[in-house]
Design a binder for this molecule. Structure first.
Ligand SMILES: NC(=O)c1ccc[n+]([C@@H]2O[C@H](COP(=O)([O-])OP(=O)(O)OC[C@H]3O[C@@H](n4cnc5c(N)ncnc54)[C@H](O)[C@@H]3O)[C@@H](O)[C@H]2O)c1
Length: 264
């Protein structure tokens, strides 16, 4: 009987892992024995995460690149395969967010969200899944969000919510097409204390003329568990989804939100 899981010998590619949730996932998977390919749009942050993984005794390479550009995705995957020979786990985490009413959003705002999150997830999966299918084993986890559920969207995040719904749709189709060897799931965080969320709290605070700290406290109080999440809260569920404990889970969107939506 399995009593623990160990990713020794497995290689995980994580996009947008220079900071925040992606970095948390990298450190968690390394803790379970995986070797890592750390991608980020900002190469210096990818280098820093890779360095921290190496200090844990695992092997890691940093590969800069923009996941919304197919040639750059090819370059990231080629580097990974050249170095490690294979990719077993892919986590499509790179993302952006913008607090802006739909009527104020530009075409560029729309394109950036859909390109980085929906298209980026498509490009990375399309490039990596064939390698997994050939080896008859693979785990893909895409970053959804609690907002990518019917009636859970939040105003002022139009392009963001649209891109996250696209990721969930793509996750469900990919799960069907690449079964039984490649399991494809999404994890949907609630409010995780990262630079992305700190900026959103600041922007909401400015609009409502209240301090960002007060907005943050409201967000905390609306949770059933009354604790804002840390990157490792999400990383633990990503590790679970890549582990033998989740061998019968595919096409799922696992919400990890501390109990959202919840209204007092
Ligand atoms: N923080 C939250 O509460 C929360 C909630 C739900 C979903 N998410 C999702 O989790 C993921 C990570 O969020 P986070 O809070 O850690 O954000 P973050 O802004 O702290 O980190 C995102 C990382 O992605 C990188 N990135 C951005 N565009 C990229 C691109 N084109 N190519 C490669 N890398 C790129 C950034 O440089 C950054 O390092 C995102 O997909 C986000 O939408 C976050």
């Amino acid at each position: 009987m399995e009593t623990d899981f160990d990713f020794s010998g497995k290689v995980a590619l994580i996009t947008g892992a220079g900071r925040g949730i992606g970095k948390g996932i990298a450190l968690r998977l390394a803790g379970h024995g995986a070797d890592l390919v750390i991608n980020d749009f900002k190469p210096e942050t990818a280098e820093q995460t890779a360095h921290e993984v190496c200090t844990m005794g695992r092997e890691a390479i940093a590969v800069g690149g923009d996941v919304s550009q197919s040639e750059q995705v090819d370059g990231i995957v080629d580097r990974a395969v050249k170095h490690f020979g294979h990719i077993d786990i892919l986590v499509n985490n790179a993302g952006i967010s913008l607090y802006r009413p739909i009527l104020d959003c530009t075409e560029e705002d729309w394109d950036r969200h859909v390109d980085i999150m929906a298209k980026g997830t498509f490009l990375c999966m399309r490039r990596v899944a064939p390698l997994m299918i050939e080896r008859q084993w693979g785990r893909i986890v895409n970053l959804g969000s609690y907002v990518a559920q019917m009636n859970c969207t939040t105003k002022y995040f139009g392009p963001y919510c649209a891109a996250k719904f696209a990721i969930i749709g793509l996750t469900q189709v990919a799960a069907q097409e690449w079964a039984p060897y490649v399991l494809v799931n999404a994890v949907g965080p609630g409010d995780v204390e990262t630079e992305m969320m700190e900026l959103e709290w600041q922007q909401e605070g400015t609009r409502r003329s209240i301090p960002a700290e007060d907005v943050k406290e409201e967000y905390r109080r609306r949770l059933i568990l009354e604790r804002l999440e840390k990157p490792d809260d999400i990383a633990k569920v990503v590790a679970f989804l890549c582990s033998p404990f989740a061998d019968q889970i595919t096409g799922a969107h696992v919400i990890v939100s501390g109990g959202l939506p919840y209204h007092h």
